[in-house]
Ligand binder design. Structure first.
Ligand code: GLN
Length: 257
């Protein structure tokens, strides 16, 4: 849905299609006042998803607030890639590292009915949003508060999936105003934007079963560096990179060797 559709379907309490079919709707005073208050915030750059407190991802309705990153359409490619690998594993055990709103874990949980899914985040506030989203969508996920793998113990998974922070610290201020409303810890990843991949590279193979997969979203222009980082570690071989709708390499799949 585009922003106007999101706003008007909210105000009129209908879905996207009805917006175009039912032309008899006339906005009342309260509805107009609501639009005006939304637009005042939107003009200051606040993302529409935070103003309305909700978004859609993989056809799921999710609550969002400023404690979590707004799920992006590109991240659906990460989920689809993960489904491709998880579909071949019986009762796959999957870890979502840095779950934020829970969008990845919950969509995997809804589709892979026999999978066992754990989801980690460092932020308690993010975890309460993710827990609520799991409940609202009827997904059974075990949530764990942890700084990456630090509090995970000795658990091992078939797949670790992650959309970690991947923006260089000094780049954030130069990006679109909407981003300034999002949690910095969900975005900032050191001077070159690769800090989390380095940390994941150090510990992930210890939490993967034999031949397990590490599947991560990556930022613009990072594929070359990351193929190098993960291949050179001798812990992984890079199986593939997957491009997004803009032809940018967006997902990397590495397999434990
Ligand atoms: N996993 C969440 C998402 O993909 C949060 C990612 C993050 O905060 N970096 O939207």
């Amino acid at each position: 849905m585009n922003e106007a559709e999101l706003l008007f379907s909210e105000i009129l309490g209908c879905d996207r299609t009805t917006l175009y079919l039912d032309k008899a709707k006339i906005l009342g005073h309260n509805e107009l006042a609501f639009i005006s208050s939304v637009l005042k915030r939107r003009i200051k750059g606040e993302p529409i998803q935070y103003i309305l407190g909700k978004t859609e991802f993989m056809a799921l309705k999710l609550k969002v607030n400023q404690d979590v990153l707004i799920p992006r359409p590109e991240t659906e490619i990460l989920v689809e890639t993960t489904l491709k690998y998880a579909g071949k594993i019986r009762q796959a055990e999957i870890l979502d590292l840095g779950t934020g709103s829970g969008c990845i874990a919950i969509s995997l949980g809804k589709i892979l009915e026999s999978a066992k899914i754990d989801a980690i985040d460092i932020s308690d506030k993010a975890l309460s949003v993710a827990e609520e989203n799991a409940r609202l969508n009827g997904a059974k996920i075990d949530f764990i508060q942890s700084d990456l793998f630090d509090s995970l113990g000795v658990r091992e998974y078939d797949i670790i999936v992650s959309n970690p922070p991947y923006i260089a610290d000094d780049e954030i201020g130069r990006l679109q105003p909407e981003l300034q409303f999002e949690p910095r810890i969900a975005l900032a990843a050191g001077v070159d934007g690769l800090d989390f991949y380095r940390r994941i590279n150090l510990k992930a193979s210890g939490h993967l079963k034999k031949n397990g997969f590490l599947i991560m979203e990556i930022g613009f222009g990072q594929a070359g560096h990351l193929v190098g980082l993960f291949s050179e570690s001798n812990k992984f071989k890079v199986v593939e990179t997957v491009k997004d709708y803009n032809n940018i390499e967006r997902v990397i799949v590495a397999q434990k060797v």
